[in-house]
Ligand binder design. Sequence first.
Ligand SMILES: NC(=O)c1ccc[n+]([C@@H]2O[C@H](COP(=O)([O-])OP(=O)(O)OC[C@H]3O[C@@H](n4cnc5c(N)ncnc54)[C@H](OP(=O)(O)O)[C@@H]3O)[C@@H](O)[C@H]2O)c1
Length: 265
Amino acid sequence: MSNIAVITGAAGGIGVEFVKLMLKEKGIDEVWVVGRTESKLQKLRDEFGDKVVPVKVDITNDDEVNNYAKLLEEKNARVKWLINCAGTRALYKKGADLTRLLATIRTNCVGNMAMCYASIPFIGKGDHILNVSSAASFQPLPSNNSYAASKVALRFFSKGLEYELKTRGIKVTCSCPGWVATELMEFADDEFPPIGRLPGATTPENVAKKSIRDARRGKSICFPTFKVHRDYYLTKYLPNVCVMWYASHIETDRYKDFIKTGIIT
Ligand SMILES: NC(=O)c1ccc[n+]([C@@H]2O[C@H](COP(=O)([O-])OP(=O)(O)OC[C@H]3O[C@@H](n4cnc5c(N)ncnc54)[C@H](OP(=O)(O)O)[C@@H]3O)[C@@H](O)[C@H]2O)c1
């Protein structure tokens, strides 16, 4: 039996930081890097060595997730860490692409749930599931609505799973980063303020480090920065009308039309 760490979205900005940490983790024989793009996964192996095993899975495709589960069985693998970091986002603009909008739900929510269900039979006592949600899960986000909805679903799913798996000694943690400087946040100049100007922006390295630390401590939820920790409690206890006013301005300060029409033109 080989002990493995599985990381979805491993070639992404935050994912690669998880890969580096898992390569240093004691007792891990292989780090399975999961994503859709084979060349990006192969690049990880070239960079970090043979312990990295590329596993091409589109997590929104049930057949591919089932094939991943078969591979776990064939290899007699024990999943010591399952880190679900794959994700995508889409702003609701005039003429927005429906497939791209719904990919948020299909990937961030359904796909990551599918990876949990496929992996659970191979996870045991003392092992970890770490799902990367977002501070976007704290409140609805007009204009980035499908993303926020997908992330709250993943956060609630993680909490339920934590209780379902408690008796088996499996720890489930949900990480909720705020703004992180990665490709995910690289929008065209006229679409979004540059990441550096967003309040409380942090690095992928910080997110990965804090998430692993909190997962190890058996925490249900990880707040990688003070700002998201504060926002979690503000959004929980402030009146809904204040929360929604704030939420309506988070991603839309530059879009006066949005405030009037509800659609970014
Ligand atoms: N960046 C932020 O500000 C921020 C804030 C809060 C939460 N997060 C969350 O953190 C996670 C990582 O984000 P990131 O910033 O590192 O994004 P990123 O650099 O864009 O990486 C996303 C990764 O997800 C993979 N992916 C997307 N769709 C997939 C699918 N259907 N099947 C398999 N893999 C898929 C991509 O792989 P391919 O390229 O091969 O498709 C890519 O490697 C996401 O869940 C994101 O929502 C990010």
